[in-house]
Design a protein. Structure first.
Length: 129
């Protein structure tokens, strides 16, 4: 595949990560979206899980940076071992997709499973480049 395709895939993955990070921030500030995340046990997440959501948002933004750095669309964090990190992120997304798929929450299964599976496939394509 051409390098431009990997750049486009990296941008799409980053957009997905940023979108999910925004969702995590909305959970962290207490919006009633908890049925779409973390097993769907709460409509509004308790304070401890709100903190987890805020941390998840930061991690998701970092993941986007890793992919942009890996495809040389960003050249600020040259010290990052992106070859390793893209694989770690890809494996994590594969496991996350399985977790979403077996969630008790229908909303999480029907909304988050497709998002994480698309992100997983795109990350896998970039990782294999």
């Amino acid at each position: 595949m051409d390098g431009d395709i990997f750049n486009i895939l990296s941008i799409i993955v980053t957009i997905l990560f940023v979108s999910i990070a925004v969702f995590q921030v909305l959970l962290a500030i207490g919006l009633p979206l908890g049925e779409f995340a973390m097993g769907g046990f709460y409509k509004i997440l308790p304070k401890k899980l709100r903190i987890v959501s805020a941390i998840n948002a930061v991690i998701l933004l970092f993941m986007g940076i890793v992919f942009l750095q890996h495809t040389d669309l960003l050249n600020i964090f040259n010290f990052l071992p992106t070859n390793i990190l893209v694989w770690v992120i890809t494996v994590y997304l594969g496991l996350n997709t399985i977790g979403n798929l077996i969630s008790r929450s229908k909303k999480e299964r029907y909304v988050m499973t497709p998002l994480s599976s698309i992100a997983f496939i795109l990350c896998l394509m970039v990782s294999l480049s």
